[in-house]
Design a binder for this molecule. Structure first.
Ligand SMILES: [Fe+2]
Length: 413
């Protein structure tokens, strides 16, 4: 038994769920994770579609070779596995990167006739698969089928010298899928077909060990009038619970509006806010996304950090650009009164454009990047939670105004 195995048995309490293998590998404790992503206790007995946690976020990009470098150099991620022409995959290159407990997979076409090339021409860089680790793939697929979901890949065993994974996929909004993976009988670096790979990239001195530790939530944008359909999909198919909803004045500026509802799995490890545009004077950011992504898709990934100040400083030094927040946001006496004391002086947040929100459970700090690719579609959020299980409702207006300033510059408002 390795020391990690010993810790698994000792550290996992009888309630609140165990740590996933990926979380253990990332040296995270249950308490840390509870704070980072707002885990809650729940009754696993009644769960019709048990989910262990995130498995991977799979992207299609225009140039996976360079994107892999970007996520290492800018976001401090670590290259762990690879598949490509050198090991028999003549269709595309695929780089697997990790930060803490989360894994990103970056796929780019090598063969000009690859379906990935067509996908990229239509959608640009984006998320094609929000893969989840589940303890029982067949049980989940049976439940999904019963509830009317489209099964994209039937359950199958895939095997190599590291063992066997059980894998299947179901369709969600747009061309996005949820692959369901049971890797309990597998010890390889990612999936069969991948080889372990280490980077030649060396971190600069003074860089934090990790810029983010876990994935908090993935937001989906869907068309006008379809949000409730997808909320219902996650309730019915995956047994997800409703967490919060934001409608009307919560998230309207003078020009544009959207509606948002949040669903989550029982322990809240996996959280999916779902947005749809609302009718307003001008085009909302959701309309802009739907136009440039050519349909529904994943809008932003919120990554969790225990020290947003250090993370933002490292990211800025690495050239990552964030949406700006006007000084008036920090000078607003109403905001100051509402947020009360947070762990850092407000001037430190203001210097970096970090937003703060408080609810009955605690507070959170958050900041949003500009779109990561060429199209105004996918972006990231950094989030540092201190008890709050929310999504920064108090900041929606400031955030949307910041996005609108940029939409205007792009000629898309
Ligand atoms: Fe978010």
């Amino acid at each position: 038994m390795t020391s990690t195995d010993a810790r698994t048995a000792a550290d996992v309490p009888s309630t609140g769920g165990a740590l996933t293998t990926d979380e253990l590998k990332a040296d995270l404790t249950l308490d840390q994770l509870r704070q980072l992503v707002g885990l809650v206790e729940y009754d696993e007995e009644g769960d019709v579609f048990p989910v262990t946690g995130w498995d991977a976020i799979v992207f299609v990009v225009g140039n996976a070779t360079q994107a892999a470098h970007y996520y290492q150099a800018a976001w401090g991620m670590e290259l762990v596995a690879y598949s490509g022409p050198e090991n028999g995959n003549r269709d595309h290159k695929s780089f697997v990167l990790r930060s803490g407990s989360i894994r990103f997979v970056l796929n780019g076409a090598v063969d000009p006739d690859s379906p990935l090339a067509d996908h990229h021409r239509r959608h640009g860089d984006g998320v094609v698969d929000i893969a989840l680790e589940v303890p029982d793939v067949d049980r989940c697929i049976a439940q999904a089928r019963r509830a009317g979901a489209r099964v994209v890949r039937e359950p199958e065993d895939v095997t190599d010298e590291h063992g066997t994974v059980r894998i299947a996929s179901i369709a969600t909004y747009g061309e996005t899928v949820h692959t369901l993976v049971d890797r309990s009988r597998y010890s390889g670096p990612y999936l069969p077909g991948y080889v372990a790979k280490r980077s030649t990239y060396e971190k600069r001195e003074g860089q934090p060990r990790r810029i983010f530790q876990a994935l908090d939530h993935v937001v989906g944008n869907v068309e006008l009038g379809h949000m409730d359909e997808w909320v219902d999909f996650y309730n019915r198919v995956m047994g997800f619970v409703n967490m919060a909803e934001f409608i009307g004045d919560d998230i309207a500026t003078d020009y544009s509006a959207l509606m948002s509802k949040v669903v989550a799995n029982g322990n809240h490890r996996v959280k999916f806010p779902l947005n749809e545009p609302a009718v307003a004077k001008k085009r909302s950011q959701i309309d802009e996304y739907l136009e440039f992504y050519r349909g529904p898709g994943a809008q932003h990934l919120a990554v969790a950090t225990g020290d947003i100040i250090a993370s933002v400083d490292a990211l800025r030094a690495n050239g990552v650009e964030f949406l700006s927040t006007p000084d008036s946001y920090y000078e607003d006496p109403e905001l100051r009164a509402r947020i009360g004391e947070v762990r850092v002086p407000i001037e430190e947040l203001q210097k970096r454009g970090i937003l703060v929100d408080r609810d009955e459970d605690g507070y959170l700090l958050q900041i949003f990047t500009r779109p990561l690719g060429d199209r105004p579609t996918v972006f990231f959020e950094l989030i540092e939670r201190h008890g709050s299980l929310g999504f920064g409702k108090g900041n929606f207006k400031a955030l949307f105004e910041a996005i609108e300033r940029e939409q205007e510059l792009r000629g898309n408002l």
